[in-house]
Design a protein around this ligand. Structure first.
Ligand SMILES: [Zn+2]
Length: 290
């Protein structure tokens, strides 16, 4: 169980690491974009930022030792003193709509979008998985709407949660009046259905995209590290609002994805974050798409 002291530490770490939109405190981020087809949809993975966090048990392995976390990292051939997380978003082009799923923290996303051949005002809909700063911080730029023509869509419990979060006051004020809420499980735009994934935040959702026979599931923050979240999905995560429910959702979702073998997008896995979850003994591993 995650104690309140650990939760506070985690919140602080999240705030300091991720809530600093495009300020001098965030190192320069490199734009990147990767396009592929999903049925009749054109999909583009967009890179926003890269965060390197110390292995200090504030986020990963909060009830474990740094050495236990290091063992998991070492087994995957990764550095043992730091954990690297990418921050990425997904663009879906349909004939009449340009849909952006999550907006990053305000790093290189806008440049990545331009690199892919689109302008911010082309975006018709922004779908938010949840209200953490590294997913909705990029909604606002210099106090203005970063995607001025877009309808912003998020689940009703998540919008209620965001409005109570003092850290988001500025973003909430800027987007108020442009937000349309939905019930988790609803089809949000044609071909894209929300999937409730509770625990990380109260109204956290993933988005399942279907075109013809092809499917892609943006699983939001169900997982964070492509190494630790899959090798030890039972370890509580400092980022989760409700650690026990987060763990239950993570394990249930990973089991389902390893069985269905469907294509997923994970916003914090190494860019472009597209691939499959595979069973590996009593845990899981990441298989990036070729
Ligand atoms: Zn999050």
């Amino acid at each position: 169980m995650l104690g309140s002291k650990t939760s506070l530490l985690a919140c602080f770490a999240l705030a300091t690491a991720l809530a600093t939109p495009a300020s001098a405190q965030m190192p320069q981020q490199q734009p990147d974009s990767k396009s592929f087809k999903l049925g009749s949809f054109d999909i583009v993975a967009l890179h926003d930022a890269q965060f390197v966090r110390p292995n200090d048990n504030t986020i990963f392995g909060v009830d474990r030792s740094a050495e236990e976390v290091a063992d998991v990292l070492r087994a995957a051939g990764a550095p043992t003193d730091t954990i690297t997380l990418s921050v990425d978003a997904l663009l879906v082009k349909q004939p009449k709509r340009l849909i952006l799923i999550d907006t990053g923290v305000g790093g290189a996303l806008q440049q990545s979008l331009l690199q892919a051949g689109f302008k911010p005002e082309d975006v018709t809909d922004v779908l938010i998985t949840h209200s953490h700063p590294d997913h909705m911080g990029g909604l606002v730029k210099g106090g203005n709407l970063a995607f001025p023509k877009a309808t912003i869509r998020m689940s009703s419990p998540e919008w209620a949660f965001a409005q109570k979060n003092d850290q988001l006051a500025e973003v909430v004020k800027a987007i108020d009046g442009h937000v349309k809420t939905f019930k988790p499980g609803a089809e949000v735009v044609s071909g894209i259905t929300s999937v409730g994934l509770k625990g990380h935040t109260p109204g956290h959702v993933g988005y399942e995209m279907v075109s013809g026979k092809e499917k892609l599931f943006d699983i939001g923050d169900t997982v964070h590290s492509s190494i630790i979240s899959l090798a030890r999905p039972d370890w509580p995560l400092g980022f989760d609002n409700d650690a026990a429910v987060g763990e239950e959702t993570r394990i249930k979702t990973l089991k389902k994805l390893a069985t269905s073998k469907e294509l997923i997008f994970a916003p914090h896995f190494p860019f472009p974050g597209v691939g499959h979850i595979q069973s590996d003994g009593d845990h899981f591993k990441w298989v990036p798409a070729s």
